[in-house]
Write a protein that binds this ligand. Sequence first.
Ligand SMILES: [Zn+2]
Length: 225
Amino acid sequence: MKQIGTKKITGKIVIKTGLHIGGGNEKVEIGGMDNPIIRNPLTREPYIPGSSIKGKMRSLMEWKLGKILETSGKPCNCGKSDCEICRVFGSANNSKGEKPSEDSRGPTRLIVRDATLTEEWSKKFLEGKPLVEEKSENSLNRITAEANPRPIERVVPDVEFDFEIAYRIIDTGDKGATDEKYFDTVVKEGLRLLQNDYLGGGGTRGNGEIAFKDLKDETGTAIEL
Ligand SMILES: [Zn+2]
């Protein structure tokens, strides 16, 4: 087994409808926002964790490929070399900390970087342009019919983030042919599905629609999804 190449996709993520990726609310102060978005702790700039993008691509591809186990509802974690999910996205130890029964897939092929504000939008953030809104989502009490407003933070539409993934091509005796194939059928397809789905929380209520823009490969050639 030998790494014989790396593919790259760079470009931008454009927010189409308010994006909420939770930052955890362990440290809620009195009067503080109880549904904050994740931010860089030093600069306070919002960002999109690579793990959120990768996790969503994985989940969409698991559903597409029928890799959700019907008995447990859990995703595939077989570790087999010919499993698109485990090979591209990695296979984790299960909740009991056990390794997959077989692990012949080699290293996880896909690496998704954290998506930070583009230079242009970082500048706007520094200038004080509000990139984050506080939206009130109502949950209705079914008995009293009273609405219970619950504020959540969202990155507003039009904001752009830099996007980058790397993908390893490993020769597993096939001169990298399997990884080349999965780059199209799993990675690009995952990005396509993500664009038609949503990122972050509240997607079924209209949050988290995104679009990829100006995608290029490692040679600078434009990529169409
Ligand atoms: Zn698997």
